[in-house]
Design a protein around this ligand. Structure first.
Ligand code: CU
Ligand code: CU
Length: 274
Protein backbone atom coordinates (compact mmCIF):
# COMPACT_ATOMS: atom_id res chain seq x y z
CA UNK A 1 0.00 0.00 0.00
CA UNK A 2 1.25 3.42 -0.94
CA UNK A 3 2.18 5.70 1.97
CA UNK A 4 2.36 9.39 1.21
CA UNK A 5 4.89 11.14 3.43
CA UNK A 6 5.57 14.70 4.42
CA UNK A 7 8.31 15.88 2.06
CA UNK A 8 10.23 17.29 5.03
CA UNK A 9 10.97 13.78 6.34
CA UNK A 10 12.05 12.17 3.05
CA UNK A 11 15.54 10.70 3.02
CA UNK A 12 18.02 11.78 0.32
CA UNK A 13 17.40 8.42 -1.39
CA UNK A 14 13.63 8.94 -1.36
CA UNK A 15 14.02 12.43 -2.82
CA UNK A 16 16.31 11.12 -5.53
CA UNK A 17 13.90 8.31 -6.42
CA UNK A 18 10.95 10.71 -6.70
CA UNK A 19 12.90 13.20 -8.83
CA UNK A 20 14.24 10.44 -11.09
CA UNK A 21 10.77 9.03 -11.69
CA UNK A 22 9.43 12.50 -12.53
CA UNK A 23 12.32 13.09 -14.95
CA UNK A 24 11.69 9.73 -16.60
CA UNK A 25 8.01 10.59 -17.21
CA UNK A 26 9.13 13.91 -18.66
CA UNK A 27 11.62 12.19 -20.96
CA UNK A 28 9.01 9.81 -22.33
CA UNK A 29 6.37 12.51 -22.88
CA UNK A 30 3.98 11.10 -20.31
CA UNK A 31 4.49 14.04 -17.95
CA UNK A 32 3.33 16.66 -20.43
CA UNK A 33 0.08 14.80 -21.00
CA UNK A 34 -0.77 15.65 -17.38
CA UNK A 35 0.17 19.29 -17.89
CA UNK A 36 -2.05 19.41 -20.98
CA UNK A 37 -4.98 17.76 -19.23
CA UNK A 38 -4.85 20.16 -16.29
CA UNK A 39 -4.53 23.13 -18.60
CA UNK A 40 -7.54 21.98 -20.65
CA UNK A 41 -9.84 21.55 -17.66
CA UNK A 42 -8.80 24.74 -15.93
CA UNK A 43 -9.35 26.78 -19.09
CA UNK A 44 -12.80 25.26 -19.61
CA UNK A 45 -14.14 25.42 -16.06
CA UNK A 46 -16.38 28.45 -15.55
CA UNK A 47 -18.53 29.76 -12.74
CA UNK A 48 -21.66 29.90 -14.88
CA UNK A 49 -21.23 26.88 -17.13
CA UNK A 50 -20.02 23.32 -16.98
CA UNK A 51 -17.25 22.98 -14.39
CA UNK A 52 -15.31 19.86 -13.57
CA UNK A 53 -11.91 20.43 -11.97
CA UNK A 54 -12.07 23.91 -10.44
CA UNK A 55 -14.62 26.34 -8.94
CA UNK A 56 -16.86 23.39 -8.27
CA UNK A 57 -17.63 20.68 -5.70
CA UNK A 58 -15.67 18.13 -7.74
CA UNK A 59 -12.44 20.16 -7.32
CA UNK A 60 -11.38 17.71 -4.59
CA UNK A 61 -12.37 14.35 -6.14
CA UNK A 62 -11.13 15.46 -9.59
CA UNK A 63 -7.68 16.32 -8.26
CA UNK A 64 -7.62 13.18 -6.09
CA UNK A 65 -8.10 11.02 -9.17
CA UNK A 66 -5.66 13.16 -11.22
CA UNK A 67 -2.98 12.64 -8.55
CA UNK A 68 -3.73 8.91 -8.35
CA UNK A 69 -3.19 8.55 -12.10
CA UNK A 70 0.07 10.47 -11.94
CA UNK A 71 1.27 8.49 -8.92
CA UNK A 72 0.48 5.24 -10.77
CA UNK A 73 2.57 6.47 -13.71
CA UNK A 74 5.45 7.24 -11.33
CA UNK A 75 5.10 3.77 -9.83
CA UNK A 76 5.37 2.16 -13.27
CA UNK A 77 8.84 3.74 -13.36
CA UNK A 78 9.71 2.94 -9.73
CA UNK A 79 7.25 0.96 -7.65
CA UNK A 80 8.62 2.36 -4.38
CA UNK A 81 7.79 5.98 -5.17
CA UNK A 82 4.79 7.76 -3.63
CA UNK A 83 3.66 11.36 -3.91
CA UNK A 84 5.08 13.42 -1.03
CA UNK A 85 2.98 16.23 0.41
CA UNK A 86 4.15 19.77 1.19
CA UNK A 87 2.74 21.12 4.44
CA UNK A 88 3.20 24.79 3.63
CA UNK A 89 1.84 25.78 7.06
CA UNK A 90 5.11 24.39 8.47
CA UNK A 91 7.65 24.72 5.63
CA UNK A 92 6.91 28.27 4.67
CA UNK A 93 10.23 29.84 3.70
CA UNK A 94 11.96 30.15 0.34
CA UNK A 95 15.07 28.61 1.92
CA UNK A 96 13.33 25.49 3.25
CA UNK A 97 14.82 22.13 2.22
CA UNK A 98 11.96 21.64 -0.25
CA UNK A 99 13.62 24.21 -2.50
CA UNK A 100 17.16 22.83 -2.22
CA UNK A 101 19.06 21.72 -5.32
CA UNK A 102 18.59 18.03 -4.42
CA UNK A 103 14.79 18.29 -4.66
CA UNK A 104 12.62 20.99 -6.25
CA UNK A 105 15.40 23.52 -6.83
CA UNK A 106 14.94 27.10 -5.79
CA UNK A 107 13.52 30.34 -7.01
CA UNK A 108 14.58 32.58 -9.81
CA UNK A 109 17.40 35.04 -9.22
CA UNK A 110 16.54 37.26 -12.13
CA UNK A 111 13.70 39.17 -13.68
CA UNK A 112 12.95 36.40 -16.15
CA UNK A 113 11.78 34.09 -13.35
CA UNK A 114 14.01 31.23 -14.51
CA UNK A 115 14.71 28.44 -12.02
CA UNK A 116 18.48 28.05 -12.20
CA UNK A 117 19.30 25.17 -9.88
CA UNK A 118 18.08 21.67 -9.11
CA UNK A 119 16.84 18.89 -11.42
CA UNK A 120 14.21 21.05 -13.13
CA UNK A 121 16.51 23.89 -14.19
CA UNK A 122 16.38 24.33 -17.98
CA UNK A 123 20.20 24.27 -18.30
CA UNK A 124 20.26 20.72 -16.91
CA UNK A 125 18.73 19.59 -20.18
CA UNK A 126 15.94 17.50 -18.70
CA UNK A 127 13.16 19.99 -18.11
CA UNK A 128 11.97 21.95 -21.12
CA UNK A 129 8.49 23.38 -20.74
CA UNK A 130 6.42 22.48 -23.79
CA UNK A 131 2.90 23.19 -22.53
CA UNK A 132 2.93 26.78 -21.53
CA UNK A 133 1.50 30.17 -21.85
CA UNK A 134 4.23 31.54 -24.12
CA UNK A 135 7.45 30.59 -25.92
CA UNK A 136 9.69 30.55 -22.86
CA UNK A 137 10.77 26.95 -22.39
CA UNK A 138 12.34 27.28 -18.94
CA UNK A 139 10.55 26.59 -15.66
CA UNK A 140 9.66 29.80 -13.87
CA UNK A 141 9.08 30.60 -10.19
CA UNK A 142 9.00 33.65 -7.96
CA UNK A 143 8.73 32.33 -4.40
CA UNK A 144 6.92 34.82 -2.21
CA UNK A 145 5.28 36.51 -5.19
CA UNK A 146 3.42 39.69 -4.52
CA UNK A 147 4.57 39.85 -0.91
CA UNK A 148 2.17 37.01 -0.08
CA UNK A 149 2.61 34.72 2.89
CA UNK A 150 1.68 31.06 2.71
CA UNK A 151 -1.51 30.11 4.58
CA UNK A 152 -1.06 29.61 8.31
CA UNK A 153 -2.12 26.64 10.44
CA UNK A 154 -4.78 28.84 12.06
CA UNK A 155 -6.21 29.73 8.65
CA UNK A 156 -6.30 26.06 7.67
CA UNK A 157 -7.91 25.05 10.98
CA UNK A 158 -10.64 27.64 10.44
CA UNK A 159 -11.45 26.01 7.09
CA UNK A 160 -11.35 22.47 8.52
CA UNK A 161 -13.91 23.59 11.11
CA UNK A 162 -16.50 24.37 8.41
CA UNK A 163 -19.23 21.74 8.78
CA UNK A 164 -20.77 21.77 5.28
CA UNK A 165 -18.90 20.45 2.23
CA UNK A 166 -20.32 22.86 -0.34
CA UNK A 167 -23.36 25.01 -1.06
CA UNK A 168 -25.29 26.54 -3.95
CA UNK A 169 -24.39 28.20 -6.30
CA UNK A 170 -21.66 25.51 -6.33
CA UNK A 171 -18.98 27.77 -7.76
CA UNK A 172 -16.38 30.32 -6.62
CA UNK A 173 -19.07 32.26 -4.74
CA UNK A 174 -20.13 29.36 -2.52
CA UNK A 175 -19.74 29.22 1.21
CA UNK A 176 -18.63 25.97 2.80
CA UNK A 177 -15.51 23.87 3.15
CA UNK A 178 -14.65 23.18 -0.50
CA UNK A 179 -14.68 26.77 -1.70
CA UNK A 180 -12.74 28.03 1.31
CA UNK A 181 -10.15 25.30 0.86
CA UNK A 182 -9.94 25.96 -2.88
CA UNK A 183 -9.53 29.56 -1.86
CA UNK A 184 -11.98 31.70 -3.83
CA UNK A 185 -13.35 32.92 -0.50
CA UNK A 186 -11.83 33.52 2.90
CA UNK A 187 -8.06 33.33 3.33
CA UNK A 188 -7.50 31.90 -0.13
CA UNK A 189 -5.82 28.70 0.96
CA UNK A 190 -5.16 26.55 -2.15
CA UNK A 191 -5.09 29.43 -4.63
CA UNK A 192 -2.73 31.49 -2.50
CA UNK A 193 -0.08 28.75 -2.56
CA UNK A 194 -0.14 28.77 -6.37
CA UNK A 195 0.35 32.55 -6.31
CA UNK A 196 3.09 32.37 -3.64
CA UNK A 197 5.17 29.96 -5.74
CA UNK A 198 4.51 32.12 -8.78
CA UNK A 199 5.78 31.54 -12.32
CA UNK A 200 4.17 28.48 -13.90
CA UNK A 201 2.39 27.59 -10.67
CA UNK A 202 0.30 30.72 -11.07
CA UNK A 203 -0.94 29.61 -14.52
CA UNK A 204 -3.38 27.00 -15.85
CA UNK A 205 -0.34 24.93 -16.83
CA UNK A 206 0.73 24.76 -13.18
CA UNK A 207 1.82 21.07 -13.29
CA UNK A 208 4.81 22.25 -15.35
CA UNK A 209 6.26 22.84 -11.88
CA UNK A 210 6.62 19.49 -10.10
CA UNK A 211 5.83 21.17 -6.78
CA UNK A 212 2.23 21.15 -8.08
CA UNK A 213 1.96 17.48 -7.02
CA UNK A 214 3.30 18.14 -3.52
CA UNK A 215 0.94 21.08 -3.05
CA UNK A 216 -2.09 19.10 -4.24
CA UNK A 217 -1.09 16.05 -2.19
CA UNK A 218 -1.41 18.30 0.87
CA UNK A 219 -4.74 19.77 -0.28
CA UNK A 220 -5.87 16.17 -0.72
CA UNK A 221 -4.71 15.32 2.81
CA UNK A 222 -6.64 18.32 4.17
CA UNK A 223 -9.79 16.92 2.56
CA UNK A 224 -9.14 13.61 4.37
CA UNK A 225 -8.48 15.53 7.61
CA UNK A 226 -11.80 17.38 7.19
CA UNK A 227 -13.63 14.09 6.61
CA UNK A 228 -12.12 12.64 9.79
CA UNK A 229 -13.26 15.68 11.77
CA UNK A 230 -16.72 15.77 10.18
CA UNK A 231 -17.63 12.11 9.77
CA UNK A 232 -21.31 12.83 9.12
CA UNK A 233 -20.76 15.53 6.50
CA UNK A 234 -20.82 14.05 3.02
CA UNK A 235 -20.05 15.26 -0.48
CA UNK A 236 -22.57 17.72 -1.88
CA UNK A 237 -24.55 18.04 -4.08
CA UNK A 238 -25.99 14.57 -3.51
CA UNK A 239 -28.51 14.86 -6.35
CA UNK A 240 -28.56 16.08 -9.97
CA UNK A 241 -27.56 19.74 -10.24
CA UNK A 242 -27.01 21.77 -13.47
CA UNK A 243 -23.37 22.27 -14.60
CA UNK A 244 -21.79 20.43 -11.66
CA UNK A 245 -20.98 16.83 -10.82
CA UNK A 246 -23.11 15.38 -8.06
CA UNK A 247 -22.13 12.51 -5.76
CA UNK A 248 -22.86 9.85 -8.38
CA UNK A 249 -22.12 11.86 -11.50
CA UNK A 250 -19.32 10.87 -13.87
CA UNK A 251 -16.02 12.73 -13.55
CA UNK A 252 -14.44 13.48 -16.97
CA UNK A 253 -12.05 12.52 -18.47
CA UNK A 254 -12.59 9.20 -16.73
CA UNK A 255 -15.72 7.41 -17.82
CA UNK A 256 -16.24 5.21 -14.79
CA UNK A 257 -15.26 7.42 -11.85
CA UNK A 258 -17.66 9.35 -9.60
CA UNK A 259 -17.04 11.56 -6.57
CA UNK A 260 -18.50 8.72 -4.46
CA UNK A 261 -15.66 6.49 -5.67
CA UNK A 262 -13.08 9.02 -4.50
CA UNK A 263 -14.36 9.68 -0.98
CA UNK A 264 -12.24 7.13 0.87
CA UNK A 265 -8.57 7.66 0.14
CA UNK A 266 -7.66 4.60 2.26
CA UNK A 267 -8.71 2.40 -0.66
CA UNK A 268 -5.67 3.77 -2.51
CA UNK A 269 -3.05 5.08 -0.04
CA UNK A 270 -2.49 6.24 3.49
CA UNK A 271 -0.62 9.17 4.97
CA UNK A 272 2.41 8.93 7.24
CA UNK A 273 0.53 10.95 9.87
CA UNK A 274 -3.19 11.28 10.57
CU1 CU B 1 -6.03 22.23 -10.62
CU1 CU C 1 -4.17 23.79 -7.62
Amino acid sequence: MTVRKNQAVLTPDEKRAFVNAVLELKRTGVYDRYVNAHNYYLMNDSDFGNRIGHRTPSFLPWHRRFLLDFEAALQRVDRNVALPYWDWTADRAANSSLWAADFMGGTSRGRDGQVLDGPFAYAGGKWAVTVGVDRRTYLRRALGSGGQQLPTRAEVDAVLAMPVYDTAPWNSASSGFRNHLEGWRGSGVHNRVHVWVGGHMATAASPNDPVFWLHHAFIDKLWADWQARNPKAGYLPATRTPDVIDLRGTLPPWNNVTPADMLDHRRFYTFDKP
